[in-house]
Design a protein around this ligand. Structure first.
Ligand code: SF4
Ligand code: SF4
Length: 301
């Protein structure tokens, strides 16, 4: 029996690490495991997916998970993003977890999700406990609990091992651990549903690699004005806000914005293009006067 977990998030949110934590925790529970991420061509903030498989038998499947048993959606703005396709292959047995403050019934009403839905605002927990919106340990903890097969102790060891391997400071690892255990406790004791064996006929096909035109793998741009057409403002979790009263007009933010979302107006003041600002907060960290604040975006949907 294989459990297949798919993580949807945005670059920088920690879903690759979450998939590794779940993989390591499963390994400690003596499962065979696989985990891998899949990124698109874009940078921080772009939709990405990561996968974990766990099984008591050797795993012969490879490649992406097209039909998940557990589907973690770590960023609610992905729900309505057709290109992210977060519900692809979900079925009656899928547990979809959405990181949101809305109740599960609201998600079902708006998106008509197949299978079970669990909602938990893991961003709020991460902000309160860690002080940052990095969701690797919190997302992993929710998934571990919902597998019904991973103990708190294995989760704890996996968080420490994986976060140490990316050289996180000891105090941040401690906070991540605390946030992870909070999430683990917030998910009710496992429901018998979570133990249901997976039908053998639902097995993913082993990915067959067919010939692809070399142009598919080369970074070619075939259309003009892509940034203008593709608005990335809804990728933002935090909105940078410039206090123009206190701004010294040094232009540091204008120079540092990696996405060219800051322009200088006629009065020599920086202005942020919120339709495209991804919320990377480089401007917030680099402003020498510290006159840029960050507001948590709360979107109604
Ligand atoms: S947060 Fe600041 S630096 Fe980042 S994209 Fe937005 S304006 Fe640019
Ligand atoms: S870096 Fe800060 S002080 Fe300098 S122009 Fe930008 S907002 Fe103003």
């Amino acid at each position: 029996m294989i459990k297949r977990v798919r993580f949807h998030g945005r670059g920088g949110q920690g879903m690759k690490t979450a998939s590794r934590i779940v993989g390591t925790a499963s390994f400690l529970e003596e499962f065979f495991v696989q985990d891998c991420p899949l990124y698109g061509a874009e940078r921080r903030g772009a939709p990405m997916v990561a996968f974990t498989r766990l099984s008591k038998e050797p795993i012969f499947e490879r490649g992406i998970i097209t039909s998940p048993d557990i589907n973690m959606i770590a960023d609610e703005t992905l729900l309505g993003d057709k290109s992210a396709n977060v519900f692809q292959g979900t079925w009656e047995g899928t547990i979809t977890i959405v990181n949101t403050h809305y109740p599960a019934s609201h998600v079902r009403n708006v998106y008509g999700v197949v299978g079970e839905i669990v909602t938990l605002d893991i961003t709020e927990i991460a902000l309160n406990v860690i002080g940052e919106s990095v969701l690797s340990s919190t997302a992993a903890a929710v998934v571990c609990k919902l597998t019904g097969m991973i103990t708190e102790s294995s989760l704890e060891k996996a968080v420490i091992k994986e976060l140490s391997s990316i050289n996180l400071k000891k105090e941040l690892i401690e906070k991540n651990l605390q946030a992870a255990l909070t999430c683990f406790d917030r998910i009710p004791e496992t429901h018998p549903h979570y133990f249901e064996p997976i039908k053998e006929d639902k097995m993913d096909e082993i990915v067959k690699l067919e010939y692809a035109d070399p142009r598919i793998g080369t970074p070619s741009v075939y259309a003009k004005g892509n940034t203008r057409l593709k608005k990335t403002g809804n990728w933002r979790l935090f909105r940078p806000v410039i206090d123009h009263e206190k701004c010294s007009r040094c232009r540091t933010c204008f120079v540092y914005c990696p996405h060219s979302c800051i322009s200088i107006d006629e009065g020599d003041y920086p202005q942020i293009d919120y339709e495209n600002c991804k919320g990377c907060l480089t401007c917030f960290y680099e402003c020498p006067k510290k006159v840029i604040s960050k507001d948590h975006e709360v979107r109604a949907w």
